[in-house]
Design a protein around this ligand. Structure first.
Ligand code: NAD
Ligand code: ZN
Ligand code: ZN
Length: 344
């Protein structure tokens, strides 16, 4: 079959590989759609040895059940499913609580992270990773598993502060961010301020229900403050889907005292935390910072329910498998709006 693999660090190419077969407890899935996540670019850019090579990338997968491995029940050929990407150890304290995204066994296993992913005609996954998607289009179902799930989990962590009448600044309206805006609209009554360098991303945010948009630039902190208030007032919650130095600086300068910053983006920036009132303070007093990772299987089920209800819909741009490397190039150049989805 055809697969798009990281054959060496930084190298993504389509190659022929043998068809995989499902082992005990596993299912062979015919891939219907795979989202192109910005994390795949971080994986390609990672130093040699951090991720296995060669490895088929793609951790945002939806497809149809093809064949069942020994001992699998509850699924039949043709069933449509989304794939939960994390494979926790299953027996640590976090996994036992259902928080496989906090698995204590490092590195946490993942489909397209520690073993072959979905950028191929077929992928093998543990049967326990499959969730039913009903009649959702598979190009819609795939982005739910990460671009939908990750912001949903972050919003769950901030739910206590996302009360009616509060403000939430969302930085980075790409694959994850454009889903975050919809999730905030669907599940809260907060005022949403969307921030991005790209005008097209901000247009998308407005269409999806953001109340205000601010183009990131030298004056963005001042402009956000006119919307959310100046210190010690500010945004109750800041969701940073970039995580670079400039966005983290913005986050700490616009968050309110007692507010919450959720750092989701993995661009490698630094957020200094120092409990003294220097000029400007590194973080307002009583502010908390969280570093969410992906989400839980139970949360993915809720995200799928929101999509089936029609209140969450990825803005997708589709590409055939052969064009996956080109889709990632466009993603790197900031030329994808919403989510790029590969259809093998
Ligand atoms: P994306 O490329 O689709 O979107 C990024 C958006 O940020 C784009 O709209 C871009 O214009 C905007 N942006 C870039 N620099 C900016 C800046 N300085 N100021 C404002 N906006 C800026 O990426 P994505 O797939 O949505 O992923 C976002 C980040 O989240 C990536 O770093 C990815 O690796 C990470 N991620 C983390 C988790 C997690 O569990 N923590 C899960 C998935 C993705
Ligand atoms: Zn991802
Ligand atoms: Zn575990």
């Amino acid at each position: 079959m055809r697969a798009v693999r990281m054959t060496a660090p930084g190298v993504l190419e389509q190659v022929e590989v043998p068809n995989p077969t499902a082992g005990p407890g596993e299912v062979l899935v015919r891939v219907g759609a795979v989202g192109a996540c910005h994390s795949d670019l971080h994986i390609l850019d990672a130093p040699a040895g951090l991720f296995p090579t060669p490895m088929t990338l793609g951790h945002e997968i939806a497809g149809t059940v093809d064949t069942l491995g020994a001992g699998v029940s509850g699924w039949s050929a043709g069933d449509r499913a989304a794939v939960y990407g994390i494979i926790g150890c299953g027996h640590c304290r976090a996994c036992l609580r259902g928080n496989e995204n906090q698995c204590r066994e490092i590195p946490v296993g993942g489909i397209g992270l520690s073993r072959d992913g979905g950028l191929a005609e077929y992928v093998v996954v543990p049967a326990s990773r499959l969730l039913r998607v009903g009649d959702l289009d598979l190009t819609q179902a795939a982005p739910l598993t990460d671009a939908g799930l990750t912001p949903y989990h972050a919003i769950q962590l901030a739910r206590e502060k996302l009360r009616p009448g509060t403000t939430c600044v969302v930085i980075g309206i790409g694959g994850l961010g454009h889903m975050a805006v919809q999730l905030l609209v669907a599940t809260t009554a907060v005022r949403i301020v969307a921030v991005d360098t790209s005008v097209a991303a901000l247009d998308l945010a407005s269409r999806l229900g953001a109340h205000d948009v601010v183009q990131a630039g030298p004056d963005s902190v001042d402009r956000i403050r006119t919307l959310v208030g100046s210190p010690p007032d500010g945004a109750d919650v800041v969701l940073d889907f970039v995580g670079a130095d400039p966005t983290l600086t913005t986050a700490r300068q616009v968050v309110a005292s007692g507010g919450q910053v959720l750092l989701v983006g993995l661009a490698g920036g630094t957020l200094p935390v120092r409990p003294v009132a220097d000029e400007p303070p590194t973080l307002p007093l009583e502010t908390s910072v969280e570093v969410p990772f992906w989400g839980t299987r139970a949360e993915l089920r809720e995200v799928i329910a929101l999509a089936r209800d029609g209140v969450l819909r990825a803005d997708v741009q589709t590409f055939p498998l052969a064009e996956a490397p080109e889709a990632y190039d466009l993603l790197r150049r900031g030329e994808i709006h919403g989510r790029a989805v590969i259809v093998p």
